[in-house]
Design a protein around this ligand. Structure first.
Ligand SMILES: C[S@@+](CC[C@H](N)C(=O)[O-])C[C@H]1O[C@@H](n2cnc3c(N)ncnc32)[C@H](O)[C@@H]1O
Length: 228
């Protein structure tokens, strides 16, 4: 495959992504796709459409981590880690050295293992009442890129991230901005975020639509919160 991606090549890569974002797709259907084909083609498809979420998360995490004095050897949980695109950037470009990965798809995690970046792997579903296997206050921070889409991770998963991240730690998430409106589950995302801030579980540092596109001509949305 050519490294240059023209319009029609982008459309070709977008076919795989559309299967993962199909309206009404169920969690089981998604896992079937991630386990059986997406894990092979994922990186190529995402790079092919100019996917920026892992870069956004890394950039905003680093900006606020430096401001808050969170060190480069902080223990960071990469949630919905997929094939590990996020951690490769966090480590190689920004110098964060201690990363664990969690994802519901073993095939995606197997790819993430090949990056050689992560220390520990946890194959588990989160959200919708499903919990992470880690103890309270295990991590210095948590990041998530692309975990919020149709049929993917439900809003209550953030309560689990708040639970496993130590007070003072960051939670940084990047998603497609339109999913706030297009995915019914996420109509409740910002109201939940606000409620948890009012309950002093966390504080909002920023919500931002990055100046460059999430992929293709679609906006991204980055959430930065600090656990209280
Ligand atoms: C679009 S990929 C993002 C992967 C990676 N963070 C990136 O940016 O390239 C979404 C990932 O979320 C995982 N996932 C979807 N629903 C999940 C759930 N409920 N619990 C845990 N992982 C889930 C999928 O297995 C998949 O690897």
């Amino acid at each position: 495959m050519s490294t240059a991606t023209n319009g029609s090549q982008k459309d070709e890569h977008f076919v795989g992504i559309k299967a993962l974002q199909k309206k009404g797709v169920t969690y089981d259907e998604l896992m079937d796709i991630y386990d059986n084909c997406a894990s092979q083609e994922y990186d190529q498809d995402m790079k092919g459409v100019g996917y920026m979420a892992p870069q956004f998360v890394s950039e905003y995490f680093d900006k606020h981590a430096r401001a808050l004095g969170i060190p480069k050897d902080a223990l960071i949980l990469d949630v919905a880690a997929g094939t590990g695109m996020q951690a490769s950037i966090l480590k190689e470009k920004y110098g964060y050295t201690r990363l664990d990965a969690t994802d519901a798809s073993q095939a995606m995690l197997d790819k993430a293992r090949d990056t050689g970046v992560y220390r520990n792997f946890y194959c588990c579903r989160i959200g919708g009442g499903y919990k992470l296997p880690m103890a309270d206050n295990t991590y210095d921070s948590a990041v998530m890129a692309g975990g919020l889409a149709e049929g993917h991770i439900k809003c209550d998963a953030f309560l689990e991230l708040i639970r496993v991240v130590k007070p003072g730690g960051l939670i940084v998430n990047a998603m497609r901005e339109a999913n706030i409106r297009d995915v019914e589950e996420y109509h409740n995302l910002h109201p939940s975020f606000k409620k948890w801030a009012e309950e002093k579980k966390w504080e909002c540092i920023e919500h931002v639509i990055p100046p460059i596109k999430h992929y293709m001509d679609l906006d991204g949305l980055v959430h930065v919160y600090r656990v209280l």
